[in-house]
Ligand binder design. Structure first.
Ligand SMILES: NC(=O)c1ccc[n+]([C@@H]2O[C@H](COP(=O)([O-])OP(=O)(O)OC[C@H]3O[C@@H](n4cnc5c(N)ncnc54)[C@H](O)[C@@H]3O)[C@@H](O)[C@H]2O)c1
Length: 263
């Protein structure tokens, strides 16, 4: 079987200090990639990078807010300064506001906050990384969307809007960047009840204690008979970042146990 071809590839992961971002990072490191872990919380980024280095991988941690142009510029130039290029960008930074509010109760500042990180942040990072990829005449971008980008959820208007935007921005970027041999795809993870980000993140405080579905969200078990585990999302991201996905662009892979197929 052909190797995934990730050995030596330079991977920048935003939100890389988070639960999924760090799992993606470990997956890439296991395949010999060089990692740059970006996160709003610099300590989390550095902790993930330190863990990767303890596994013999090359990794750096960088504090950067994806909504701030100067910080994104610095993050990208530090990665290029360290590794010479960026082959793969994984846009995983996002926040949810759960338990959510109905549309009339969402403050415009909350709306801007969620859309700013989850959607505009992808534009902010991609516009800095794409020129690096264009120089190399190749690249892979994997955006982390959500099942919420494909359906409505009680109390999730800003998040659903952001993730629906991610799915279509992925299509758009795939169309625009194909001529530079830059593939842009997304995955839409399903619900991971042991890891739902919460309202506390609005205050910039990630809440690892949230273990239940948000109020008003009543989901049946998907056809595959269980909700998602963190590791379920790693393989699809590595695949889309690899040479195995050279002929896929502008696509979204639902990774949610078949829930959308069953509705
Ligand atoms: N966990 C799930 O069930 C689930 C389901 C569907 C989609 N997703 C998506 O997967 C991605 C990762 O989610 P997660 O569960 O690992 O959440 P997480 O909260 O563990 O990770 C998100 C990371 O993004 C960082 N971040 C927040 N604001 C930032 C900013 N302005 N700039 C840079 N970094 C910032 C946080 O510090 C955090 O480390 C997100 O895009 C999320 O929407 C998650």
């Amino acid at each position: 079987m052909r190797d995934l071809g990730l050995a030596g590839k330079v991977v920048l992961i935003t939100g890389g200090g988070g639960v999924l971002g760090s799992a993606f990072a470990r997956g890439f490191a296991d395949h010999g990639a060089k990692l740059a872990i970006g996160d709003f919380v610099a300590d989390k980024a550095e902790a993930v990078a330190a863990d990767l280095r303890s596994r013999e991988a090359q990794a750096i941690g960088l504090g950067a807010d994806v909504t701030k142009e100067d910080q994104v510029t610095r993050m990208v130039s530090e990665v290029v300064g360290r590794y010479g290029t960026i082959d793969i960008l994984v846009n995983a930074a996002a926040v949810q506001i759960y338990p959510g509010k109905e549309i009339t109760e969402v403050e415009s500042s909350e709306w801007d906050f969620v859309l700013g990180i989850g959607l505009k942040g992808i534009y902010m990072c991609s516009r800095q990384v794409v020129p690096v990829m264009k120089k190399a005449d190749r690249g892979k971008i994997v955006n982390i969307a959500s099942i919420a980008g494909h359906r409505g959820l009680p109390g999730g208007s800003a998040y659903s809007a952001a993730k629906g935007g991610v799915v279509n921005l992925t299509r758009q970027m795939g169309v625009e960047l194909g001529k530079y041999h830059i593939n842009v795809n997304s995955i839409s993870p399903g619900f991971t009840p042991n890891r739902l980000t919460s309202v506390n993140q609005y205050a910039g405080q990630p809440d690892d204690s949230s273990t239940t579905l948000p109020t008003g969200v009543n989901l049946t078990i998907p056809p595959l008979g269980r909700n998602g585990d963190i590791e379920d999302y790693v393989g699809p991201v590595l695949f889309l970042a690899s040479a195995w996905a050279d002929y896929i662009t502008g696509a979204d892979i639902p990774v949610e146990g078949g829930r959308m197929a069953a509705r």
